[in-house]
Structures are given as structure tokens and as C-alpha cells.
Design a protein around this ligand. Sequence first.
Ligand SMILES: [Ca+2]
Ligand SMILES: [Ca+2]
Length: 284
Amino acid sequence: MSLDLAFRRLRLAFAWVVMAVLAAPALAAGTTLRAGDLMFSAFNADEDGWSLVALVDLAPGIELYFSDNAWDGKAFTSGEGFLRWTSGDSAIAAGTWLRFMNIDSASRLAASNGRLERLNIPGSTLPNLSQSAETLYAYQGSDALTPQRFVAAIGNGDFAAEVGGLGGTGLTAGRTALALPSGSDWAEYAGPRAPRVAGGEAQSRLGSVGLWQSTVDGDLGARMPNALPLDVTPIPEPWAPLTALLGLVLLAVHRIAGSRSARKPGPYGSLLWGQRLGSVTKPF
Ligand SMILES: [Ca+2]
Ligand SMILES: [Ca+2]
């Protein structure tokens, strides 16, 4: 391959990289969620409620299921409950704290955004958070019994198989699934909310139990979670501007070399870097 051709290909490759960086969406959007797009941010077994924080901008019409039944790797066991949340007609900005409260009460059950409802499914009963051996899942699917995308989980039973494991969910403890200390009846993320943190970093922080506060006793049923939004403004990758700058420098050098070659035709003036004396330079 001639030096000229290699140079052209290198310049084209840089152009593609620069365009890809500039065109890449910073955050996911739409009604289909990925693991970690929503993360648990508070858990209250005294109130029977929890909160989630959105790490991406949520389009209107999101549908999400919750269950405190145990997932055995292929299906949910029975005996506990199922809920469905629909986000409504409004978009929800990344960083928003979403609260789900009093889920054990048909009359007081509510959500800070959208609509929360209990589902009557044969074999299931009342959803009710326990302060031990509990796992709570958030997921999307064709119905409550058919999860297709697990989004997040939280539990105080170390995700043991008998209380609800992570097998087959695609969730990872310490990342998209949070294992609270055994016996926790109240817990809340207490780590940084600002300055801004990129979505992936926020997910890592929310999944790190070391950044949570928790208790194993007392009645904290009336305790409100801290709903201060999490600043998840995307931070550009540090290498992106460097890549763009390098591409521009390369382009400028290439054009200068081509210009000099065109102005000084001769046995030496038409040579580019590394070309042997006597080779032919093609203008470009
Ligand atoms: Ca359970
Ligand atoms: Ca339960």
C-alpha cells in the first residue's frame, strides 16, 4: 500500500471516529429500559415503599412492573405481590427521584409520578416489604409474570436463591442490584448527587452499598426519602476532544503537504514523508 493511500485511509478513519463521537447519543431514551436505567435509591420496609432514580431521560408511556416475589431463575414464586407503574403522558428527566409509597395499602398506595396499581394475579397476595430475606425487582415484560428486561433489584437477603436471586436477570450485585445489610428495614443512598456524574458513574455509586445509610431497628415508616435530584448530566469522554483535535491536525498537515507539493513540482518538492527518492506523488 502506498504512503498516499495509507494516509487517505487514516484520514478517513479519523473522520469516521470524530463523526461517531459527535453523533453518539449521550443518554438512552424511549419506553424500553435497560438494566440500570432506573436504580433503587431508597428502601423502607416500615412504610412499605421505595424510591428509584432515573439515570436516563424517560419518554412518556413507560410501563414497569415490581414484584417482591422471589425469582428462581426462570419464574416468580407465589405468595407475595405484583405492581405495575405507568409513567403517564409526561417525560421524566434524568436525575428525577421517583417515589413509590404505601404499597401494602390499597387505599394509600401512591407514586410521585404516574400511576401505581396492585395486580390481582392468582397465587399472589399483598406486596409487603420485609426487613429480612426480601428481594424487590423492577422489570419490564409482556405481563407481570413474563419479565423480559430486568431493570434493577434491591434486597436485604443477599440475593440468596430462596429469597430471590439474580440468576437469569442480567443484573449484577454491586452494580444494578443492591444488597443491603441483612435486617435493614430502612435504607437510602447517601452518596454524592452533585457535581454532575455521568450515567454510568451514577449507576456504580447507587449500586455501592458503602454509599448507603441503613438501619435495622426503629419505626421509620414516616421518614421521607431525600428526593433531591441526582445530577446525571453527561460528561464528554475525555478522549473525544483529543481525537477530534488529532484528526484536524492530521487533516491540516495533509493539506499543507499537498499544497507544497503542488507549488513546487520537481524531483524533491513533490515528495511526502517517508517516500523514497524517485517515487511518484499523486495530487489529492
Ligand atoms: Ca420476597
Ligand atoms: Ca415481601
